[in-house]
Design a protein around this ligand. Structure first.
Ligand SMILES: [Zn+2]
Length: 211
């Protein structure tokens, strides 16, 4: 079974490191201005190190910009004659929405059907993490994970579901605590074959025997 009509993966996107054009000191100065804009005194004791801490936190939460797939994979792709679905579910996701730079908290379920090559299971979680640690919209995050695996492994297909709660929805705006957004990206046989897709959704919705 070969996967029809896959989107073409552009090899350049494997290396996706982005170098910042401003210094951390400039970022800290910007946070100080934000504090002033909130009516705060950035020089009071509790806030004195806040610009430094916030920049450090932002750098961590967007550290995915400094990572590339090649580096992250470090050769963990192996030849293997397997024809069955590989599913890693409940991968914790911590991302930031690009509209508010507020947290997106959720889980990813990632499956693929090999086509001569498999990837180290922990690397699937690392790929999710790399894309999550950037400013995101959930739909793009979901698609990037799917396209990365599709491009790296050329498998028969890839399926990704992301379920997440957006703090910008929960804490402001519509203020709907407990609201979840679910997005999916299907590539190859998961897109073309309804039974394969259904098998994936059955596995994802089934509660695992081991936690
Ligand atoms: Zn938002």
């Amino acid at each position: 079974m070969t996967a029809p009509s896959m989107p073409t993966f552009v090899p350049e996107t494997i290396t996706t490191e982005v170098q910042p054009i401003v210094s951390e000191a400039e970022m800290q100065a910007a946070v100080r201005i934000l504090l002033l804009g909130m009516g705060e005194d950035p020089d009071r004791e509790g806030l004195r190190d806040t610009p430094k801490r916030m920049v450090k936190a932002l750098k961590f939460l967007t550290s995915g910009y400094q990572q590339s797939l090649d580096e992250l994979l470090n050769g963990a792709i192996f030849p293997e004659d397997l024809d069955e679905m590989v599913l890693v579910r409940d991968i914790d996701l911590f991302s930031s929405c690009e509209h508010h730079i507020w947290p997106i908290i959720g889980k990813a379920h990632v499956a693929y059907i090999p086509n001569g090559k498999v990837i180290g299971l922990s690397k699937i979680a690392r790929i999710c993490e790399m894309y999550a640690r950037r400013l995101q919209v959930q739909e793009r995050l979901t698609a990037q994970i799917a396209d990365a695996l599709q491009g790296l492994l050329k498998p028969q297909g890839v399926a990704v579901v992301v379920e997440a709660s957006h703090m910008c929805m929960v804490m402001r705006g519509v203020q709907k605590p407990g609201s979840w957004t679910s997005t999916s990206a299907m590539r190859g046989v998961f897109s073309s074959d309804a039974r394969t897709r259904q098998e994936f959704f059955n596995l994802v919705s089934h509660s695992p025997a081991v936690r």
